[in-house]
Design a binder for this molecule. Structure first.
Ligand code: GTP
Ligand code: MG
Length: 203
């Protein structure tokens, strides 16, 4: 699949202001600065679509982008950025919880993991919480351009092996780089496949 149109629709901090359509949504979550917004720009080939920043804490709202007029990419704020202050952290946590737990249109949550790091407790805990709540998700290991292919593979395996201690079945996973477009086609093909199965179920 390729993306022929990508439009910013709405940015909001409130549940009742998310688009009132029934189109499937694919959302990006992960620690602040892991590369959620950059990945949306890479997938849509529009470097200005989602706002990115070298300083963590850039995305603070739920952002909906309509793709090919058929489905949404959703950019969420990052979790675990303590410098925002307690109040802001709590507010963002609520926003994430609402979106992940209540949003019926949420079809797959892509959890972004920095491919350079050892498994981080905050990511593992977040994934555990998804499991407890039966949320469908996939993993994307980001910033693969920042190290050798071998190091990325080793890091991904470390993470998956850690998950295996808790999970019988591993979620789908992808390796990405927003710098050199690694993973773009794989992620889009996966979304296309899920969209297709949703359509078949509806028929
Ligand atoms: P918040 O909105 O703050 O939660 O962050 P985010 O997850 O949306 O991260 P964002 O996309 O803003 O990227 C953070 C920083 O990492 C920016 O300086 C990006 O240029 C950089 N970055 C993101 N993805 C990649 C990547 O694949 N490769 C490299 N080299 N840098 C990346
Ligand atoms: Mg962002």
């Amino acid at each position: 699949m390729d993306i022929t149109s990508a439009e910013f629709v709405v940015s909001n901090s409130r549940a009742d202001m998310c688009p009132q359509t029934h189109l499937p949504e694919y959302a990006f979550i992960g620690r602040s600065n892991v590369g959620k917004s950059s990945l949306i720009n890479m997938l849509t080939k529009n470097p200005k679509l989602a706002m990115t920043s070298a300083t963590p804490g850039k995305t603070l709202l739920i952002n909906h982008f309509l793709i090919n007029k058929e489905w949404y990419l959703v950019d969420l704020p990052g979790y675990g950025y303590a410098q925002r202050g307690k109040k802001m952290m709590e507010k963002i946590q609520k926003l994430i919880e609402y979106y992940v737990l209540e949003r019926k249109q949420m079809t797959c949550l892509f959890v972004l993991i920095d491919s350079r790091l050892e498994p981080q407790r905050i990511d593992l805990e977040f994934i555990e919480w998804l499991g407890e709540n039966g949320i469908p998700f996939a993993l994307i290991f980001t910033k693969a351009d920042k190290q050798s292919v071998g190091k990325t593979k080793a890091s991904v395996n470390r993470f998956l092996n850690t998950l295996k201690e808790q999970w019988e079945e591993l979620p789908p996973h992808f390796i990405s780089s927003s710098e050199n477009k690694t993973g773009r086609q794989e992620i889009l093909n996966y979304i296309e496949q899920v969209n297709r199965s949703l359509k078949e179920q509806a028929e």
